[in-house]
Design a protein around this ligand. Structure first.
Ligand SMILES: [Zn+2]
Ligand SMILES: [Zn+2]
Length: 305
């Protein structure tokens, strides 16, 4: 699968970072999913190989503007481009009313089928090749995280096993790998499942919205990748006269270490950190506790998993 950060700034865009949005293209798929849709997400999409024609589902974490104000423009543009494939939008309660109001007032008619589903906590949404679970997060308004889990992947072809069963190396190997059964020169049949290893569990990605308690993802410890906000450095957060419900870099590093997350991508940085030096400070704070692979997200960065 492939993930593309479309926006990594918190609250307001900066010259280098747009507000929140993340694209996820599942393994072997041209269709893709969008998580959050801050203003100007459609402009960011134009800078990537992703196309609105293949956008299939949108998941909104919460209704703060920096996560959702790009939705109306994106839906309208997808209509103007005459994309006909249906589109599903998932998000918290209030999303339907928000969309209906904007669409009614601006008399927006879409040439495609739009389904809006309001979610609750601990839901499991099953799709063809993956499932998505919803996690209630802790923020100033209702906010959900999404847990993306791939279906189990087929086992790997075992060439030694094939040789032991008398399969000659060559085209028959390829056919067995494709799931076909083959007949050997001596008339024996070999089934594909005889030469494939056990299925491998699908990979899991935790996608946080805004949240001041990253440990809420603890039921998914050991996940392959966690994408989570690290809005502030601890020292700046401690000095804030009014506390916003966000995670600090130190807190994220600690939680990710405790949850044994394999790869951590920090994002949603306060606009005050719009420099390389500040990113080094954020990295240092996360690294006080977290030893796994660490990514500090930047706009248009892609991760292959
Ligand atoms: Zn935000
Ligand atoms: Zn928020």
């Amino acid at each position: 699968m492939e993930l593309t950060f479309l926006g990594t700034s918190a609250g307001v865009p900066t010259r280098r970072r747009n507000v929140s949005a993340l694209a996820l293209r599942p393994r072997q798929s041209s269709d893709w999913l969008l998580f959050d849709c801050g203003e100007a997400t459609q402009h960011q999409i134009m800078k990537t190989p992703l196309s609105l024609y293949h956008l299939r589902r949108i998941f909104i974490t919460h209704l703060h503007g920096d996560h959702v104000y790009g939705l109306f423009g994106l839906l309208a543009s997808r209509g103007m481009l005459l994309c006909e494939g249906p589109l599903e939008v998932y998000g918290p309660s209030g999303l339907k009313e928000m969309l209906r109001t904007v669409m009614d007032l601006s008399q927006l008619r879409l040439p495609y089928e739009l389904t809006v589903r309001e979610i609750t906590a601990d839901q499991i949404l099953e799709f063809d090749d993956y499932r998505i679970e919803t996690v209630a997060l802790s923020h100033s308004i209702t906010c959900y995280g999404y847990v993306y889990t791939e279906s189990d992947r087929p086992g790997r072809f075992d060439p030694d096993k094939a040789r032991r069963l008398g399969v000659p190396e060559g085209p028959l190997f390829g056919r067995l790998q494709q799931g076909e059964s083959v007949t050997l020169p001596d008339g024996c049949r070999v089934e594909s499942r005889d030469v494939m290893g056990a299925p491998r569990p699908g990979r899991r990605v935790l996608i946080g919205g805004d949240n001041d308690r990253p440990e809420l993802f603890a039921p998914y410890r050991g996940a392959d990748l966690m994408i989570h906000e690290a809005t502030y450095l601890q020292k700046d957060f401690d000095r804030l006269p009014r506390k916003f419900r966000h995670t600090t870099a130190r807190q994220l590093g600690k939680a990710a270490a405790e949850m044994k997350i394999k790869r951590l991508a920090a994002t949603h940085f306060s606009a005050r950190y719009d420099s390389e030096e500040k990113m080094i400070e954020i990295e240092r704070e996360i690294r006080e506790n977290y030893r796994g692979e660490l990514i500090l997200a930047s706009d248009l960065m892609r991760i292959e998993l």
